[in-house]
Design a protein around this ligand. Sequence first.
Ligand SMILES: [Zn+2]
Ligand SMILES: [Zn+2]
Length: 334
Amino acid sequence: MEIIDLDRPTPARDEVLVEVEYAGLCGSDAGIYQFKPAYERMNLPNVTGHEYTGRVAAVGDDVTTVSVGDRVIERPIRYCGSCYQCNIGEQHLCQNAVITGVDVNGAYEEFVAVPEQSIHRIPDGIEPRHAATVEPTSICVRAVTENSRVRPGDRVLVEGPGPMGQITAQIADAQGADVIVSGVGSDETYRLPLAERLGYRTVNAADEDLDAVREEFTDGIGFDVVFDATGHPSGLTTAAEQVRKGGQIVLLGQTGETTMAYTPLVRREIDIQCSFTSVYDDYERAVRMIETGEVDPEAIIDDRFSLLDSTAAFEAFIAGETCKPVFDITELRE
Ligand SMILES: [Zn+2]
Ligand SMILES: [Zn+2]
């Protein structure tokens, strides 16, 4: 990663120019930094960053729903609005999706030009730093409230204490579940203590016996729902061992490949549900849950890092020494 000079984008007729204030570091940004195979399609150089907030700096002639000065975020899966998925309300699965920060320049820069239909207004009551976490929060809202069957009284295991795991735990908790958060070795220094501060029992599966914890916590029954937010291939196989008969595994992390025996999943009637990104409704709920305090962005945000030394932030993220770095983009103007 390096800092380069770019011209300020000019918004097209249907676009909004956003002056970026804060932008977060997402697991997928770390994947880009490591240039994992999923990102080899990218045209370089590309400006990374899709979790961000700012103010409207200019609007194209056809824009009607926002005006200069409004506080906004972007729903970064830019959709075509006319394919089959868009027509049935699955804009997040658009056949012609263009992803901000991957396929087009993203938010680690002063200005981003965004199609009006991807702009989401943010109420003034939400702090700008917190608004930068609405996008990841919306993904967890979808995973829990739309794609899981979590109900009050359920025992829930959230695997992976990264940003997605921490937010998923809070939303499952808000749904009335009893939540345990698990991690492995490197999570012990920063991320598991963070989950503990949020009020969750934690397990370091590298040196504690997760099976024994499950037996005690669930009266020998197993977890009703297991969320895999590890981003690691072991997440699914571990989930299959921890979920109860007839329970559900929800996959949020993009975990690559694993091999496992399917027969026990069938014979125990395990529901495997995937959850990917989010739609308008999930964003609205994310905003409200941040407003009510059911999700606490302040707990996971780490503002120690600067984009002027992005390597430090990315290396710390990959080593598990932080949770959700949020960059102050206004630094780039100086
Ligand atoms: Zn993200
Ligand atoms: Zn579409």
